[in-house]
Write a protein that binds this ligand. Sequence first.
Ligand code: C2E
Ligand code: CA
Ligand code: CA
Length: 464
Amino acid sequence: MTNVVYSKGSAYADARLDELHHPVTGLPGAALLLDRLGQALAREPRPGCGLALLVVELDAFDIRDSGGSVEADETVRVAAACLLKPLGRADTLAHLEGCRFAVLCEGVRRERAAQEVAESLGLALLRPLPVAGRHRRVSASIGIAIAEHPDHDPRGLLATAERCLDEARREGGGTVVAERVSELRRAERLTLEDALRHALHERQLRLLYQPIVSLPDAKVTAVEALLRWQHPTRGLVSPAEFLPVAEESGIIVAIGAWVFREACREATRWPVAEGRPLPVQVNLAAAQVVAPDFAQLVDETLAQTGLPADRVGLEVTESLLLQPSRPIVLRQLRNRGLRVLLDDFGTGIWSRDALGHLPIDAVKFDRALVSRLGDSCEAREAFAAATATAGALGLRCVAEGVENAQQADDVRELGCGFAQGYHFARPMTAAALRGHLAGEQPSRSPGRPSRVLGRLAGRPRRQR
Ligand code: C2E
Ligand code: CA
Ligand code: CA
């Protein structure tokens, strides 16, 4: 394992060692990595010499095969040992969470050098890993942020590397995406940060609403609120363009509070369908959930809007749930009647044990999984196994990004009771949604409702 050296200036000099290391691998954890990164960035730069931060995540493997959390932990430990092998003495390998690692390399002269490190990490995982007497194949996606200037902040650099990792994962795994964090980007970021603050105060933020339907009858059972920025010159801006900066800068906490209030307020106006009022689902960023007053904000908002707690769903990602302290507030909120949904499910390592211990009511299968269903039997089998696992734990299964009738049929056959996607309805304005709900007809063709719901979608013009 890498040596951990505490310098005098380290903010963590007094912290307990075991708190700074990941309990599964014993590698430095995120806090220690950020500390080291801060020190590395503060060191006198040498001309032409930069620093690379690589975030490595093992690509999803079949939940059915993971054999429970003990075996998943073992896989992660063996993978960590493989990742260590090609690294130099000065490099730091950290274990961020689950199956996500980070590598800090100093003295990187060219972008190519950082890519070579990434390639050597990919090669190190090429051989099947010996886990519990079997051989398991894994691959990894890697995001790289390269900083050439000392004036970068560690969290920002980590967020950039993680964003590149997300891009790599969207490519389907086994991919490397790199980004050079130049001064220009930093300036751009500050401008965007200011513009976002302005947007919040000048009421330029909007919510679109996308129905979630039950299968096979395609009736609306819940609605997800999706954020947009109505920019004065650029039109409707997608969250992908501004959420990274909102998260890095912390503005997401204020934006998230606005989203929650606005979505709850709007939900009180929805008509009651067949005696069952519709729940609204909002996406939460990690920073919102760790904010000390999050539960209070939820309580106050529900009290002010009069929306009952059981009409609210909170959509959270696996990385948020895997943090040691975050599920506590979610457990408290579930006890008060709110529902918690695991968003983007199926993109990381999951085991039945791990899933069973999370404070969640439903899983939302990532669009990437849904889009692969037509490609291979393995993809279908893995999907069916995952819905069976979730179903056995009493969790609802929602398929995201269902774009056509074939996918709607597929996800239903493979165990999803609910779906969301362009096939049923696109995200739409609050007014369009109300019209949609008021005029909703029962589907005539179970599983293939494209005609009726296509007309009702009320597709706003400037959509992605
Ligand atoms: P998400 O939570 O996974 O939301 C689903 C995304 O898929 C939305 O993108 C939605 O418009 C899009 N989508 C829905 N059906 C389909 C389909 O059939 N095909 C395709 N290709 N896409 C579909 P959107 O609205 O751009 O949001 C992107 C992400 O931004 C969301 O992903 C969520 O992670 C984040 N986000 C959105 N609103 C908020 C918010 O209020 N707070 C936070 N923290 N994050 C948000
Ligand atoms: Ca979501
Ligand atoms: Ca999602």
